[in-house]
Design a protein around this ligand. Structure first.
Ligand SMILES: C[S@@+](CC[C@H](N)C(=O)[O-])C[C@H]1O[C@@H](n2cnc3c(N)ncnc32)[C@H](O)[C@@H]1O
Length: 308
């Protein structure tokens, strides 16, 4: 039995593993799954400003910092979470259109969602003092009155089809959850305008129970077989590493700029305990904690598409 030091004391990896496998088995039951999916997944927390920071304004800030002004642009987001809070912030900052592709779309039109939309409008100047709120959005009728500038696609990105082509395709904390990273890369060729770009923040770190451990690599110690038992019925991380994303982008004919990278604290990790699969990978890739990628279509792919 392996007892490890954690951020808050001593935890027991075997016990946490059993709990995670149990949660996955429960999610395999259709009744439990229906009940669980009715609860918000990403939108938890009680302080309004914290909630808005985490679920609306951080996505807008990342877009502004790494993608530039969304004013006048069309923006499509993959995996927006429970509500259209980031979408409202992006439209509030002047985007011309917002689309969302999510395999488990939230209750975008419900009362809870609308409470958050009202809060975004009323607290706008506190969070975005330098950006004038787009008054066309601030009419209180979001999202019903905005159907002409919203596109809601409740499907996995693997099969999703959009009616519009977009200037920007973005995602935040989604790439590490998708089951097929080649599909994550390939969707740029279907959704982006020729001169558009993708902007994605991928969180390669531990999630849930594994986040509590002082060693950020505990979740990379399990074989794929054991890891799949903890998550085949729910959205645990796919454990794809940085270099695997780069390879998938290359296969999809995308140019990649790495705009941000940070690493795990190597001194906090016992690398000898990593599963063999990860020990055989480039170590810098295994140690990547967060990455932000900017993707554009390769000229060769565009020329081939024009010929056909
Ligand atoms: C961890 S949440 C991130 C939510 C939000 N972007 C945030 O930063 O809090 C991951 C989101 O990706 C969505 N998702 C996961 N796999 C997907 C797929 N294959 N296609 C579309 N959406 C997917 C989930 O439904 C969920 O809304």
């Amino acid at each position: 039995m392996s007892i490890e030091r954690t951020r808050t004391g001593n935890f027991n990896i075997a016990r946490d593993l059993v709990v995670e496998i149990g949660k996955n088995l429960l999610m395999g039951s259709s009744v439990f799954r229906r009940l669980r999916l009715r609860k918000p997944r990403t939108a938890v927390g009680s302080d309004v400003d914290d909630f808005l920071t985490n679920n609306a304004f951080t996505s807008l800030s990342l877009l502004l910092e790494y993608g530039g002004e969304p004013r006048g642009k069309s923006v499509c987001e993959i995996g927006a979470g429970d509500y259209l809070t980031s979408g409202l912030a992006i439209l509030g900052a002047g985007a011309a259109r917002y689309g969302v592709i999510d395999r488990f779309p939230g209750d975008y039109f419900g009362e809870t969602a609308k409470r958050w939309y009202r809060e975004i409008e009323s607290r706008w100047s506190r969070h975005c003092p330098d950006i004038e709120l787009n008054q066309a959005i601030a009419s209180g009728g979001f999202p019903e009155n905005c159907s002409e500038i919203l596109e809601l696609v409740g499907e996995p990105l693997e099969t999703a089809k959009v009616a519009n082509r977009y200037d920007i395709l973005c995602s935040f904390q989604v790439g590490e959850h998708v089951s097929d990273i080649d599909a994550f890369a390939e969707i740029h060729n279907r959704v982006l305008k020729d001169d558009g770009f993708g902007l994605h923040r991928v969180d390669f770190g531990p999630h849930g129970a594994w986040f509590e451990y002082a060693d950020p690599g505990v979740f990379l110690r399990f074989s794929d077989k054991v890891w799949n038992k903890t998550g085949s019925n729910r959205g645990v991380p796919n454990r794809k590493r940085h270099h695997e994303f780069l390879e998938a982008f290359e296969r999809a004919d995308l140019n990649v700029e790495i705009l941000f990278l940070d690493n795990f604290d190597r001194t906090a990790m016992d690398l000898t305990k990593l599963n063999r699969k990860f020990q055989e990978m480039p170590i810098d890739s295994v140690l990547t904690g967060t990455a932000i990628y900017r993707l554009t279509k390769k000229r060769s792919r565009l020329q081939a598409a024009t010929k056909n």
